[in-house]
Design a protein around this ligand. Sequence first.
Ligand code: AMP
Ligand code: GLY
Length: 420
Amino acid sequence: MKIAILGSGGREHALAVSISKSAKIEKIYCIPGNAGTSEIARNINLDINDFDNLYNFLNENKIDLVVVGPEQPLVNGVVDYLEKFNIKVFGPNKIASQLEGSKIFTKKLCKEYNIPTAKFGILNNKIDAKKFLDSSKYPSVIKADNLASGKGVYICNNEKESSMAIEEIFNGKFGVAKKILIEEFLEGEEMSYFIISDGKTIKSFDTAQDHKRVLEGDKGKNTGGMGAYSPSRLINNQLEEKILKKIIQPTLLGLSKLGTNYKGFLYAGLMIVNDEPYLIEYNVRMGDPECQTILPKLQTNLTDILLACCDQTLDKIEINWSDKKSICVVMCSKGYPDEFKKNIEIENLDNIKLDINENLFHAGTTKKDNKIYATGGRVLNFVSISDNFTTAKKNIIKNLDKLNWTGGFYRKDIGYKVID
Ligand code: AMP
Ligand code: GLY
């Protein structure tokens, strides 16, 4: 069969590697893909948010299954669009994708179904937002409603910071803003909980903790993610039961009351406060770099799982995981998440010889004349699985040293909470 994967990051390279292990696969297309995916798939340079063109390509090439990596096409309704033409697509539809596309949609769902989350207010204008803050405590969390690639969240310590956040959001920094979300600040430890669903059956898809801040010690600006480890150090059976019962199940019930269901990966960003889970946000896709961290532990064939989700037969599949611990360290272009130089050659990649428990997933890379160039902020993902986190991390550092890329940097302390 022929599969098309939409996206160009480390997550999509990891998906392509796992999908390619299936004997059913005749050809994989990555749209648009990166230098890493070009080794195992054919990259097609198309805009994944231009659905007409996308459909033409998929139809002409008789694609059997489309796997959507990033959130933007999902929120724009790519699944509904392609399913109208009877194309099989793994991912949630437009209504369900509101879970990520609109933070206010999710907060309203939380309120209606008593899903534990930070207390919040939804404000329609600058004056009301500032008044609301006069009667709340600092730190306070101010969020743009719409997709903002993780940048639309402000943690404010005083009135000056909150006024700036309100001005920036209402002045359109993240697109037209008719409303703003203001939340209580939750103090705890964050973890990511993943499920996969076919619309009828849900299965756990492992857990992870990521490092979102750019500097060591979890300081500095927010990024897409500088590294992650899996499983989360917080997860245990009781906590998992609470997450499913108090958060995931009522969410899916809420969607069913809206006349829809959920097919795809669902990523719950949680704050664990005194062993109780609170929903911070939903993402309607796998995390990046959590996907790269988790997939090397998957023992069941991913293609079979994705097909079962599209055919509503997930109940027939047992998803097995290795007990190993996984760590991913992200190599970024110097300057990220601010300005960085593009098209810098990455030398020494040939020095890295991976063993069976190691992966090197590409993110912002392109290949020209047999050379690899960095074109994005997050460039390479070094992943290792081992019996313990400490060895996994050592193996990654060994590979990073061999690369010794002067155009990049990485956080040396990824996983510090789980490493002796
Ligand atoms: P979000 O895009 O909603 O996941 O927010 C980005 C990051 O901001 C989260 O990963 C948290 O670290 C932080 N954050 C968001 N909401 C809260 C909250 N209510 N309390 C504490 N931290 C938060
Ligand atoms: N690593 C965070 C995300 O994928 O949203």
